[in-house]
Structures are given as C-alpha cells and as structure tokens.
Design a protein around this ligand. Structure first.
Ligand code: FES
Ligand SMILES: [Fe+2]
Length: 342
C-alpha cells in the first residue's frame, strides 16, 4: 500500500462541485466526486460495480449518483439503491456497495483521503489556507497540470535560485546578491528563513518595496505535498503563495495555487494583476518542469547538490520516511545555516 494515501488531497474546488459528478485522479486512483442531497461531498472509485463504466460520466438525479451506462444508482454511502433493469426492489434485495473514501471540505476545496487511516494526529484535517476570507487580504486561486513528478514540483516551489533564471525579469534578476538562510527540519516540516533580501523583486520592486527596506521571506514545506512561501514588507504589504501538489501519477501533478495578498488600499483592485502575474510565473515553471521530467524519465534521478539544495534534501528525508511507512515527525530535528547568491 502506498503510504502517501494516508494524507488529504484536493480533488475539486467547492464551487465546481454542483449538480454534476466530477472526475479526479490521485496517486493513480480514479475518483468520482459528487454532492449528495444534503450538500455533503462524496468520493468513490470512479467505476460502476455493474460493468465498470466511469461513474463520473453519469449524472446526479434525485440526490443519488446514476451511472450513465445502464442507470444503476448509488446513494451517499456508496450503496446501490436502484437497478432499473431489475425492478424497483433490487437495491434492497441484494445489498451492494462501493465503499466511499473519506472526504471533507475546507476553505473552498474538496479533499479526499484514499486510506481511511490518518498519517498522524495533526493530519486529521486538511491545512487551512492562509488568510482565506480574512479582512484586508485578497485571494486568487490557480490550477495547473504539471508534466512533472510531485517531488520535483515541490522542490521548484521553494527553490529561490531558479527564480533569477526561469523567471528572469519577472521575479528576480541574477545579480550576485548574497542571501543567508536558516533551515529547520522538524515535525515533518521544513522551515527556511531568508536574510539579506531587499530589492531584488524584479519589476515589482517599485510597488512592493519602493524604499528598499529588508524583506521578510520564509518558505515552508508541510508534509506530504504542501509548500507555503511568505513575503512580508515593512510597509505592511505582504503575499503568501500556498501550493498543493496533488500527485496524479509518477509523471504528472495537479497543482492548486493560492495567492493571498495584502497591498493596502490597492488590495481591492489587485486580483486581475495578481492572477496574470501568477499565471505567467507558473507558465514558466510548467515549461522547465516538463523539460526536466522528460530528461528524468530517460536518465533517472541522479542530482548534484549546491548549498541551497540542502533544503530539498530535507524535504526528501521527510518524503522518504513517509514512503517507508514511518511517521516523519519521528525524524530527529535538524537546524543549519546556508549561504548562496542570487
Ligand atoms: S456499467 Fe454502470 S450501470 Fe452498467
Ligand atoms: Fe518558479
């Protein structure tokens, strides 16, 4: 059993889950997600018990899910409650059931856990999205399918050096600025606090940090698939980028990106700009990760390490512990400093 199945993964946005079933794939498992009559989400294997048609191509009728092939109906507990070709009593006479996966909703996302057993106590609920519906903050949500492995996506989302090359002129420029950071691996998480960043925020510097005061920047990895990047500026502005990387299979990952921002009186108008800039940055990452994924598929994963890559090794330690079936919170704590140039 894949130990990553113990964790919560996004399978849909709440607003998209209305009167039709949706299909999702997590860790190779095809899932149908739908809403029953009381509004609760239900997630089941996306195959009909009858002749294995995809339930996601069926419809919701009278609060139950009906397969599109011969019309078998499933209630919210996964029980077959109606078999049209066998008369109205068939569901009661021969109980058949497709056991649903655990599902829940949090901050506009529908989550599923494939394995009923939780990874650890504090994984009992999904992580709330930072600043969701918080006064003074704006929020933009983006969804992108990466042609890359989940581990490579996670690495990219908390990798500072690539921003000066992949996102040159958009995010940072390569100018040899010294950056120091303290890295802490603890309780199944990695926390990195950067020091020394001031003005290298690309063309947005004039708006975000016109006085070029020191920028507070921290990156977080939260097992098994979440990264959270926070910038705080001395004028009270700030933005937080939370990425949930949902593994579809070994080579594809669906990424839900939450961009929370606070730009003072400009917050109200910023959504279209944040959306456009965020998608532009992600498009550049989509291209480089697709390229990297192709080469890894052909030649395997033998990497070389420079100082900032020590952060990625900490993430790898945690993901390896999960893969072994261990609780990553039992790894010994680790703290160290790194220095690099951007
Ligand atoms: S395959 Fe679903 S009802 Fe026949
Ligand atoms: Fe990037």
């Amino acid at each position: 059993m894949n130990a990553f199945r113990k964790y919560w993964y996004v399978v849909a946005q709440s607003d998209d889950l209305r009167d039709a079933p949706l299909a999702a794939v997590v860790l190779g498992e095809s899932i149908v997600v739908w809403r029953q009559h009381d509004g609760q989400p239900v997630a089941m294997a996306d195959r009909c018990l009858h002749r294995l048609a995809r339930l996601s191509s069926g419809r919701i009728s009278g609060g139950v899910l009906q397969c599109g092939y011969h019309g078998w109906c499933y209630d919210g507990s996964g029980r077959v409650c109606r078999v049209p070709s066998a008369g109205s009593d068939e569901g009661r006479r021969r109980p058949r059931r497709s056991l649903p996966f655990a599902s829940c909703e949090c901050d506009g996302y529908v989550y599923v856990r494939l394995d009923p057993e939780s990874g650890a106590l504090d994984d009992a609920a999904p992580l709330p999205m930072p600043h969701w519906n918080e006064p003074g903050w704006g929020h933009v949500r983006l969804v992108n399918r990466f042609a890359g492995n989940v581990a490579d996506c996670i690495e990219n989302f908390i990798d500072v050096p690539h921003t000066a090359f992949v996102h040159r002129g958009v995010f940072r420029d390569s100018r040899g600025e010294r950056i120091q950071a303290t890295v802490v691996r603890s309780a199944g998480r990695v926390h990195v606090r950067y020091r020394g960043e001031q003005s290298n925020l690309g063309p947005w510097t004039w708006f975000l940090n016109p006085r070029r005061t020191p920028v507070e920047h921290e990156d977080n990895y939260i097992r098994p698939n979440i990264t959270c990047v926070r910038y705080r500026l001395s004028n009270g502005y700030g933005f937080v980028i939370t990425s949930q990387a949902v593994p579809i299979d070994e080579r594809n990952t669906l990424v839900y990106t939450d961009l929370a921002y606070r730009f003072g009186r400009f917050t109200r108008f910023a959504a279209p700009f944040v959306r456009r800039a965020g998608q532009k940055v992600i498009d550049q990452d989509l291209a480089i990760l697709a390229e990297q994924g192709e080469v890894i598929a052909a030649h395997g994963r033998r990497f070389s390490v420079s100082p900032p890559d020590l952060i990625h090794l900490c993430v790898e330690d945690i993901r390896r512990a999960i893969a072994r079936g261990d609780d990553p919170q039992c790894l010994p704590d680790k703290t160290f400093d790194i220095e690099f140039f951007v």
